[in-house]
Design a protein around this ligand. Structure first.
Ligand SMILES: C[S@@+](CC[C@H](N)C(=O)[O-])C[C@H]1O[C@@H](n2cnc3c(N)ncnc32)[C@H](O)[C@@H]1O
Length: 484
């Protein structure tokens, strides 16, 4: 997008007109925020595309847009989106009208400025002047003066002082306090706290972990590569073994998965360690009788299916990877390509199965959910989700688990997984299906011993992983054995 500076009607107090300075990093950050706010784009999709464009444009003009520029743009976009709730509270204290009456593009510029002032090492005068220049380019000189006035008020205090001013004291309203201080919507603070239990320390650590940049973790697909091979191929200090999964390699900051040959060749992939633990635990669950047919009932885009397919190949079992959305099924096919054992990718609705009852020995249903366990990866997601979404997923989650139990033979094992720790999406679903007369009878297995060496897995028999305790996404896993 080309933002033409709007010329003011006349010079101010006789000052000669100066063209605003175009800063490609901040313009890019603004465009990313606009795409997220205006057309519900995902930051993790829109940002790489804008970065590629910026690099190409810089090259055309004989300039550079280097790694440091890209890192700053990424930090500005992700940081501003994550902390939006906090910055809105601060901005609201500095303007004399409700925030809903401030134009969204102006709010985006103010939030970008607030982030630079309150959460980066950019000196305050530089943060203000760079943001005012941005405002001149993308909003025009009139609104840039408003931006300048607001940012000067924000720059009067540091973040801690602002939080004391705009957040209610913890003792008066703990949820609202945490909501403002840690920039999570209040309903999410409540839901996470319910799922976590415990006191102030635990929830504060969790909310802080949601605001930290997650590591990039690779998975070495068994039979095709090993964590050791991947680690040996990385430059010194560029990666280290996973904390829990024997297949994991954690890349150091700035590490690029595409630079790893095993990833380029599909022998390894990018996968959070929590997801690796879920697939590994299902594959390791004790089973009497045949163990030859496995199903992943919600496979797209194929991360867990690829790990399951690799385990299945080692045992001579077949993996069927089912996915309702055709375009996501294509992603599964791409992820599974080259698997050394037999597999099939099918487009199928897991609530109306295309297979006979009792066909499979092991079944995974990693159900669609609110994703509250992966907030650190999707900076805008927390502001987009609504409390009502939780109930919206309920019937589908129950339907998929019920049909997973139908799909497995008596004695076989079903793994029910979510990337959300919300109790209404985890235990409530499992308890309802276990009680339901429409679902085959089943019993819960203790999943904890199937994640050996992983501490703090809860009281069982199901397992809840946490970003602040395990460094993983907040994945949930219940293992159910069909009994009749
Ligand atoms: C949480 S994602 C699964 C992630 C996947 N297991 C992985 O590790 O890459 C849930 C998937 O279920 C799919 N889905 C939604 N409704 C479904 C249904 N009724 N039957 C089968 N798949 C469904 C979604 O399109 C989505 O790809």
């Amino acid at each position: 997008m080309n933002h033409q500076p709007r010329r003011p009607q006349g010079g101010q107090q006789g000052k000669p007109y100066r063209r605003p300075q175009r800063d490609p990093v901040r313009i890019l950050a603004f465009e990313a925020l606009r795409a997220v706010g205006e057309r519900d784009a995902y930051a993790n999709l829109v940002l790489p595309a804008l970065l590629r464009e910026a690099e190409a444009e810089a090259a055309r003009k004989g300039r550079t847009f280097d790694r440091r520029d890209a890192a700053l743009a990424t930090e500005l976009v992700y940081g501003t989106l994550r902390h939006q709730g906090t910055y809105d509270a601060v901005i609201a204290a500095c303007v004399d009208r409700p925030l809903r009456e401030v134009d969204p593009p102006v709010l985006d510029v103010l939030a970008l400025g607030a982030h630079q002032l309150l959460a980066t090492r950019i000196p305050p005068h530089a943060a203000v002047s760079a943001t005012v220049e941005l405002a001149r380019v993308v909003l025009g000189d009139g609104r840039a003066r408003f931006v300048n006035a607001v940012l000067r008020k924000i720059s009067a205090h540091d973040l801690d002082t602002w939080l004391e001013k705009v957040a209610p004291p913890y003792d008066e309203d703990p949820e609202e306090h945490l909501s403002v201080v840690h920039a999570h919507p209040r309903w999410i603070v409540g839901a996470l706290w319910d799922a976590l239990g415990g006191g102030r320390d635990g929830i504060e650590e969790l909310l802080a972990a949601d605001n930290a940049r997650p590591e990039v973790t690779l998975v070495a697909r068994p039979g095709r590569s090993t964590a050791q091979e991947i680690a040996d191929g990385l430059p010194e200090g560029a990666g280290e073994p996973g904390r829990w999964s024997p297949y994991a390699v954690r890349l150091a900051e700035g590490g690029d998965p595409a630079s790893v040959p095993a990833v380029r060749e599909g022998r390894a992939g990018v996968q959070d360690e929590g997801s690796q633990l879920v697939a590994t635990a299902l594959a390791a669950a004790p089973l009497d009788g045949p163990d030859t047919r496995w199903l992943d009932g919600c496979a797209g885009p194929g991360g867990k299916a690829a790990l399951l397919a690799a385990f299945a190949a080692e045992r001579g079992a077949l993996l069927v990877a089912a996915e309702k959305q055709p375009h996501r099924a294509r992603l599964v096919s791409r992820t599974l390509a080259g698997n050394p054992g037999p597999y099939q990718v099918v487009v199928a609705d897991g609530t109306r199965p295309a297979w006979a009852p009792g066909t499979f020995d092991r079944v995974l249903v990693d159900v669609p959910c609110t994703g509250l366990g992966a907030l650190r990866r999707r900076p805008e997601a927390r502001w987009r989700r609504r409390a009502e979404d939780v109930a919206g997923f309920g019937p589908l989650q129950r339907g998929l688990l019920t049909e997973a139990l139908n799909a497995v033979r008596v004695g076989g094992v079903v793994g029910y997984a979510t990337c959300s720790p919300h109790l209404a999406e985890t235990r409530a679903v499992v308890d309802d299906v276990l009680r339901s007369e429409r679902a085959p009878a089943a019993e819960l297995l203790d999943a904890r011993p199937l994640m050996p060496g992983v501490p703090d897995l809860g009281d069982g028999p199901d397992v809840q992983l946490w970003p602040h305790r395990h460094g993983t996404d907040a994945m949930y896993l219940a293992l159910l054995r069909r009994t009749a």
